[in-house]
Write a protein that binds this ligand. Structure first.
Ligand SMILES: NC(=O)c1ccc[n+]([C@@H]2O[C@H](COP(=O)([O-])OP(=O)(O)OC[C@H]3O[C@@H](n4cnc5c(N)ncnc54)[C@H](O)[C@@H]3O)[C@@H](O)[C@H]2O)c1
Ligand SMILES: O=c1ccn([C@@H]2O[C@H](COP(=O)(O)OP(=O)(O)O[C@H]3O[C@H](CO)[C@@H](O)[C@H](O)[C@H]3O)[C@@H](O)[C@H]2O)c(=O)[nH]1
Length: 336
């Protein structure tokens, strides 16, 4: 069932891909973003991909009057909330900033939703809420043990949603715990676009492939994994975006609350990713073994069964698709 949907953080990496998938599913979509981690030309690119104008409200989720004006301007059926700070390491340095944007920003949004009579929300959570694995693959009932202020901020938001639901049964929410998003849109017009030196593996490798960075630092080759490097569950950003379309459709159609992993169920090592990227860009990429990164876990991946049962969600794209679309995006961006 199509609806009118507010996308907070809709100019960002996952939000922009979700915008495209929502539009192609027939939804009416409004973007709210403060462009603290996005470029304005993303909006032009979205207009090219979807062949139509983007409705945008530029502002901050910390600004309550702004939020009220957005809800006064539209009658939304649901909200998908991406707007947040997301760098695990930075959150250790700046816990107050992370609490403010991620937790206060979200409670402001929920208040504006309640005041506007909107009670359906999809929330961007993360696999890092599970912390050190007690069992693998991670199932949704694995205990939560966040290891960083960033992960803690997501647990606070998840808890707040459950408390809202207990207080008022009109709330219906989808909590989506993403594993590691990677790749870019097939059009090569949108993708991950970090301004600084990337923290995450794929955007870092991409900058080595374009020659913007000299060498990949492989953070440890002595983990208890098949090749000694860290293992993660990388999921194509377009698959992730489709998961949001399915989640919000479930909320609009039936009011059913759900908490789900979005991953593929397959773990790949740093070397698996490096070699897949070499295949995509057609050249050898330099790397060196560096010390372990503080706080890293050796291996984790999702049990995707519940998302399949609830939403019919299934990741369709593999690691080679992620690397190919990333390479197309970064090589095109470098030349424009
Ligand atoms: N990318 C990942 O690895 C990953 C993994 C798990 C969960 N998540 C979560 O998914 C969501 C989206 O992540 P992303 O990778 O697209 O990040 P992103 O930084 O590309 O997108 C976030 C968007 O929100 C906007 N924003 C930030 N603070 C804002 C504020 N105060 N008011 C209004 N807009 C604001 C930014 O400008 C940006 O466009 C985040 O909530 C993140 O925590 C991301
Ligand atoms: O330059 C690099 C960057 C990363 N890695 C390794 O690559 C793997 C993946 O690292 P990264 O891409 O930084 O992802 P994670 O540390 O797993 O965290 C990401 O994925 C989580 C979801 O699983 C999100 O919640 C986090 O926000 C996001 O940063 C790890 O083994 C790292 O040690 C390197 O070897 N070199």
């Amino acid at each position: 069932m199509a609806g009118r949907i507010l996308l907070t953080g809709g100019a960002g990496y996952i939000g922009s891909h979700t915008y495209v998938e929502l539009k192609s599913a027939g939804h009416d979509v409004v973007i709210l973003d403060n462009f603290s981690n996005a470029r304005h030309d993303v909006i032009d690119r979205l207009e090219v991909i979807t062949d139509g104008p983007v409705t945008l409200h530029e502002g901050d989720v910390l600004d309550k009057a702004f939020l009220a004006s957005v809800f006064a301007a539209h009658q939304f059926d649901a909200v998908i909330h991406f707007a947040a700070k997301k760098a695990v390491g930075e959150s250790v340095e700046k816990p107050l900033d992370y609490f403010e944007t991620n937790c206060t920003g979200f409670s402001n949004l929920l208040m504006a939703m309640r005041d506007g009579g909107v009670f359906r929300v999809v929330f961007s959570s993360t696999a890092t809420v599970y912390g050190e694995p007690e069992t693998l693959p991670f199932t949704e009932d694995h205990r939560l043990a966040p290891l960083s202020p960033y992960a803690q901020s997501k647990v606070v938001c998840e808890t707040l949603l459950a408390q809202c639901k207990t207080a008022d049964d009109r709330w219906a929410y989808g909590i989506l715990r993403y594993f590691n998003p990677a790749g870019a849109h097939d059009s090569a017009l949108i993708g991950e676009d970090p301004n600084d030196i990337p923290n995450n593996l794929m955007p870092y490798i991409a900058k080595v492939a374009t020659g913007e960075l000299p060498t990949l630092n492989v953070f440890g080759d002595d983990y208890d994994t098949p090749d000694g490097t860290g293992v993660r569950d990388y999921i194509h950003v377009v698959d992730l975006a489709r998961g949001h379309v399915q989640s919000v459709a479930k909320l609009i159609g039936g009011n059913e609350t759900h908490t789900l992993n979005l991953g593929t169920g397959i773990g790949y090592s740093v070397f698996d990713m490096l070699h897949a990227y070499e295949r995509a860009c057609g050249k050898k990429l330099p790397y060196r073994i560096a010390p372990r990164r503080a706080g890293d876990i050796d291996c984790f991946y999702a049990d995707p069964t519940l998302a399949n049962d609830w939403l019919g969600f299934e990741a369709r794209r593999d690691l080679d698709d992620m690397c190919r679309t990333s390479w197309n995006w970064v090589s095109r961006r470098k030349n424009t």
